[in-house]
Design a protein around this ligand. Structure first.
Ligand code: FES
Length: 144
């Protein structure tokens, strides 16, 4: 079918979902593809690369960078924290940082913007933490 991607095991995405009956949430860590192969997390693909600009991360706030699936915060002037933007409840991408909290609007989980720890459920686990280095205005995801 045109536009349908296939994987190495020659099953189309539609076929796989139809056969499986359920779709598992994809977390921040590597996920297993429908073919059984481990796929790297978006953050792992971007290690060592620029993931955003400090211009987008206000002091006392933060920003979600969708392409790298990271949320970067700046609790104190010049102190940047980075977390996976994949909510630990069901895998939605967190949407915003307000009032010192990272918000997942899917079901209302809120995470501390300095630690990634859940403050309000249903999420029970913290957002995965990453380290970043600032070079000029570039925010670079550390190699690991
Ligand atoms: S996926 Fe974030 S609160 Fe449910």
């Amino acid at each position: 079918m045109a536009g349908e991607r296939t994987c190495g095991c020659a099953m189309g995405r539609r076929s796989l979902f139809g056969a499986a009956g359920t779709v598992a949430a994809v977390g921040a860590v590597g996920a297993v593809s429908a073919c059984g192969a481990e796929r790297p997390a978006p953050q792992d693909i971007r290690r060592g690369q620029v993931v955003g600009s400090t211009d987008d991360v206000p002091e006392g706030g933060g920003a979600v960078f969708d392409q790298s699936k990271l949320v970067v915060t700046q609790p104190e002037k010049g102190e940047y924290k980075a977390f996976s933007a994949s909510c630990t409840h069901s895998g939605c991408t967190v949407q915003e940082v307000e009032e010192e909290l990272i918000h997942c609007l899917c079901h209302g989980s809120k995470f501390d913007y300095t630690t990634g720890e859940p403050v309000t459920g249903p999420a029970q686990d913290p957002l995965e933490a990453f380290t970043v280095t600032v070079r000029g205005t570039d925010i670079v995801l550390d190699e690991g």
